[in-house]
Design a protein around this ligand. Structure first.
Ligand code: PMP
Length: 355
């Protein structure tokens, strides 16, 4: 979806890297995260200050190969070594399907997946809080509270194209990614904002042992992309010509509003699907009311004879992910709202025709 935007930005998000540059493992040996490119750190902080979605003062910025690597680093950092039992990792269902998959794939002795946070009994845990939530777009808070419990806030979708920005988030560990903010999933760059220095050091250690740092080339590209986003607003505000139409969040919100309206119409035309209620709130970034426009549609098939919605849709050439992968009922599926226009239009036509 974002490709159309970036095609229009000219050289604002382009970089050239001569052969002799970015050769070292190191970026800034005085920083806790010694492989973090200072230019990327700068643009991350600048963008959060512009959007107002997360606090950055007093936080360490850590870079990861996608926020996926930082998620693993957080599990490592929050699980004490030598404990009797692996740390329980939980999240309210429906939860992002990678959480259980990534948590358990190496069968670590440090942590293990323990399912739905609402069904968890105990004081020691890591709760993953995804808000707006993948797959259903809901706005979430931690549901567990204890002295020894820890939370990781995955704020991948807490950007103005998806949801009104209602507060400056200031949790202990917050994860973000260019995959969802700008659409550059292939650059494989995510970042964490971490309050505690000790935790930031442990997370950095994980990335050191896992991949000896994070591609500098990708960090430079991500920095340039984030810079183009901030410039689109700040240079326009200063009255410089030529930048006013390159406003990513305006583009993103316009697209998402249009797509959600098409989807609701198609579901109504079909008569056999239901979708989450639309909610709205005042957005501190745009200074106007805005609806939530989730990056995924959490679609329920209401037809009595359809127990497995993903299989039903597959027979009609619509590929989705089953609710069962998110700890939920297979009558639900998750549909991506971020494909290219052509694919999205075909999806809408096919969905509307189902009876
Ligand atoms: N968190 C959530 C909630 C996501 O939906 C995704 C991507 N699907 C990620 C993290 C992974 O992001 P990245 O590409 O940065 O690894």
């Amino acid at each position: 979806m974002f490709e159309a935007f970036w095609r229009e930005t000219g050289d604002a998000a382009e970089i050239v890297i001569p052969g002799w540059q970015t050769m070292s493992y190191f970026s800034d040996v005085t920083n806790v995260c010694w492989f973090l490119e200072p230019g990327f750190d700068h643009e991350v902080r600048r963008l959060h200050r512009l959007v107002g979605n997360a606090a950055v003062d007093g936080y360490h910025v850590l870079v990861g190969t996608g926020s996926t690597q930082l998620f693993m680093a957080a599990l490592y950092a929050l699980s004490p070594p030598g404990a009797d039992e692996p740390m329980s990792v939980v999240s309210t269902a429906p939860y992002y399907s990678s959480y259980p998959a990534v948590t358990d794939f190496l069968q670590s002795g440090l942590f293990k997946w323990a399912g739905d946070a609402n069904a968890f009994n105990g004081d020691t845990y890591i709760e993953l809080v995804c808000s707006p939530n993948n797959p259903d777009g809901s706005i979430r808070e931690a549901v567990l509270a204890s002295e020894t419990g820890k939370a990781v806030h995955d704020l991948a979708y807490y950007w103005p194209q998806y949801t009104p920005i209602t507060r400056r988030a200031d949790h202990d560990i917050m994860l973000f990614t260019v995959s969802k903010s700008t659409g550059h999933a292939g650059t494989r760059i995510g970042w964490a904002l971490v309050k505690d220095r000790g935790i930031a050091q442990k997370m950095t250690k994980f990335i050191e042992l896992n991949t000896i740092g994070v591609s500098k080339d990708s960090q430079l590209r991500a920095a340039k992309v984030l810079k183009a986003v901030s410039d689109g607003y700040e240079l326009a505000a200063e009255g410089k010509q030529g930048h006013h139409h390159h406003r990513l969040f305006d583009f993103g919100r316009r697209k998402m509003v249009e797509r959600w309206s098409m989807l609701r119409e198609a579901a109504a035309a079909s008569g056999i699907f239901s979708l989450p209620e639309e909610t709205s709130d005042y957005c501190n970034f745009t200074k106007e009311m805005a609806a939530t426009n989730p990056a995924f549609a959490w679609l329920r098939c209401d037809r009595e004879d359809v127990e497995d919605c993903a299989s039903f849709l597959r027979t009609h050439k619509i590929l989705t992910r089953s609710g069962s992968q998110f700890g939920a009922d297979p009558r639900y599926v998750r549909v991506s709202m971020l494909d290219r226009d052509e694919a999205y239009d075909i999806f809408i036509k096919r969905l509307a025709s189902l009876k």
